[in-house]
Design a protein around this ligand. Structure first.
Ligand code: ATP
Ligand code: MG
Length: 576
């Protein structure tokens, strides 16, 4: 440590909010170079490499073959699939000296499809899984929490190529199992959830979410049935439609000062027969959306008034279109929008697309805006008095909501996406016409899967799940060192003994971090706790009596062992 390129910091970095970010910076694992762009210092790089190797071993074990593609890519293939535009502001675009458009790869479906088309021509070559562990670039809107959400980050991305759906399913399941092994080896607590397919296109898709309160993904599960899904992928069970016969007429009422759901419900209970709650009102939220390369358009989203619109669900439902809330300028430009009193009829009359929550089935009656200040309509019946342009999954999902499989209630938790597996199908092989000659002599279009693991993000995730108030605590599978050996004794014999012990451990194949600095034991112990190597060995006062101490960073347990038996005991502790 006296020569290690490492400086630990006493204070948390000012820009850090989550524990993993604070600790990885304080412990000298990473340093910020720009927002969402980080340098790896020696300890950080060792953990990163260890994670990478676990991932590599499990990929190799399913017969995947490693290759390495460039990060600097031509525009052409991304133009072919539309993603040059679809990616929006998330793509780092640049020009070379000749003015040709280039990009920094955010993900590589295009390039993998092209490379397979170039190399393979016969059904005999299939199936194939190829992968890389490579740097990706995404100009994230909110780079966050250090390496948890970077603009430059390392991903393992693999791609499967098969002749048919059965082949694709087999490759998908092989990945699913490989990922389970990877995350078990990394000691991560995670769940597998159903996911939306997003910008990748395609159908079946699942995410691996590490359980964490600082996660940006919310998932729900049904403890009775085992159903689990990212909230973005939850399909709301729609109730049965209600016959129109006998439903009351729609009536417009004066509803003074009722711009909010609460004031409207209070008015209804005061004025109308019966009792009402927020779920009897239809809240119409106005947003604007823009298809890639298109213009902004208004969109009305109707949800039962007891629910908020969940912006992430809305975004996921509209992807690849962008979505924003309306600002004052938008209201000024569209004077028919009466804030607080927007109704389905006004939207229809002004050609605004109107999508509703799946609970708004034909025959449901609503209290909703009547498109004039201080006016609402009561008993506006879906399918009779207004016809939405379709449904949308945008309303928040709440604890206690029925599970889509009908087998119980949902409970929610937060998670960090660490892996994602997709059955892409033929989206990319169609785009590049990736065919091989089939057994029958006819061309066969290949079908593709894509599978990602956030390798650099995993370093932060492990730190997040394993730390305590004193510092990091690495699982043995990724610790930067096998042993952190602290010299806490100024005696010459002890110092020599510690160096000999380090050499012996080294010879026994253990990677040793030796704290040979001229610092107080207190400072050294604090650093050992901060750095988080799971096994700490102290050559201290007991050395004169022939003992050293082995400390377990996870349990805090300390054991004295005889110097003579030190190597054996330490090896057992490290390997055990
Ligand atoms: P997110 O929803 O977190 O933005 P994503 O769905 O866009 O992720 P994928 O395209 O599925 O990500 O990428 C595969 C994996 O790469 C993710 O599961 C995640 O672990 C990792 N990853 C994605 N974006 C980042 C990022 N900005 N920084 C670090 N890792 C990332
Ligand atoms: Mg994903």
């Amino acid at each position: 440590m006296s020569s290690l390129f490492l400086r630990t910091l006493r204070d948390d970095p000012a820009d850090a909010e989550v524990p993993s970010h604070k600790l990885l910076v304080r412990a000298g694992y990473i340093r910020r170079a720009a927002p969402g762009v980080y340098s790896w210092l020696p300890l950080g790089l060792k953990v990163l490499r260890a994670v990478e190797n676990v991932v590599r071993e499990e990929m190799d074990a399913i017969g995947a073959q490693e290759i390495l593609l460039p990060a600097l890519l031509p525009r052409d293939p991304y133009e072919t699939t539309g993603r040059w535009t679809e990616y929006g502001d998330g793509l780092f675009r640049l020009k070379d000296r000749k003015g040709a458009d280039m990009l920094l790869g955010p993900t590589h479906e295009e390039l993998f499809a092209q490379i397979v088309k170039g190399e393979y021509s016969s059904y005999k070559d299939l199936p194939l899984v190829i992968y890389q562990i490579q740097t990706k670039y995404r100009d994230e809107e909110r780079p966050r929490a250090g390496i948890l959400r970077g603009r430059e980050f390392i991903m393992k991305d693999s791609y499967s190529f098969d002749l048919d759906d059965d082949g694709l399913k087999a490759a998908y399941h092989a990945h699913r199992e490989a990922y389970q092994k990877i995350f078990a080896r990394l000691a991560i607590k995670y769940v597998i959830v159903a996911a939306t397919s997003g910008a990748m296109g395609g159908s079946a898709s699942e995410e691996f979410l590490a359980e964490s309160d600082v996660g940006e993904d919310t998932f729900v599960r049904c403890l009775e049935s085992g159903y689990a899904a990212n909230v973005e992928a939850v399909i709301t069970p729609a109730p049965e439609a209600i016959p129109f016969d006998g439903l009351a007429e729609a009536v417009v009422h004066d509803t003074p000062d009722t711009p909010t759901i609460d004031t409207l419900v209070a008015w209804a209970n005061d004025t109308l027969d019966g009792t009402y709650d927020a779920a009897d009102t239809l809240k119409n939220v106005l947003v604007k959306t823009r298809q890639p390369g298109g213009d902004w358009e208004l969109l009305g989203v109707g949800v039962p008034g007891d629910r908020e619109v969940d912006f992430k669900r809305l975004e996921a439902s509209l992807e690849p279109a962008e979505v924003q809330l309306l600002d004052d300028a938008d209201f000024a430009a569209n004077t028919f929008l009466t804030k607080g009193y927007i109704g389905p009829k006004g939207l229809a009359a002004n050609g605004v697309r109107f999508l509703v929550d799946p609970r708004v089935v034909d025959g449901t009656s609503w209290i909703t805006g009547a498109d004039a200040p201080n006016k609402h309509v009561v008993n506006l019946v879906a399918g009779r008095d207004f016809t939405p342009d379709g449904t949308i999954e945008a309303a928040e999902v709440r604890d206690g909501d029925p599970s889509p499989d009908g087998k119980g209630a949902l409970v929610s938790a937060k998670g960090i996406e660490i892996g994602h597996i997709f059955q892409l199908g033929q989206k990319y092989t169609n785009a590049f016409e990736v065919d091989v000659l089939g057994e029958s002599g006819k061309p066969v279009r290949l079908t593709m899967g894509s599978y990602g693991v956030g390798v650099s993000r995993l370093v932060a995730v492990i730190a997040e799940q394993c730390h305590d108030e004193k510092g990091l605590r690495w699982p043995k599978s990724v610790s930067p060192f096998g042993v952190h050996l602290v010299i806490a004794n100024k005696d010459e014999a002890a110092i020599t003994g510690a160096h000999e012990l380090a050499a012996d451990l080294d010879a026994a194949g253990i990677d040793v971090l030796l704290d040979d600095r001229k610092a107080s034991p207190g400072v050294k112990f604090k650093d050992a706790e901060l750095l988080g190597v799971p096994t700490v060995v102290v050559v201290g006062r007991g050395y004169a009596n022939g003992t050293i101490e082995i400390r377990d960073r996870f349990t805090g347990e300390a054991n004295e062992v005889a110097v003579d038996a030190a190597v054996e005991s330490i090896v057992a502790a490290v390997r055990g």
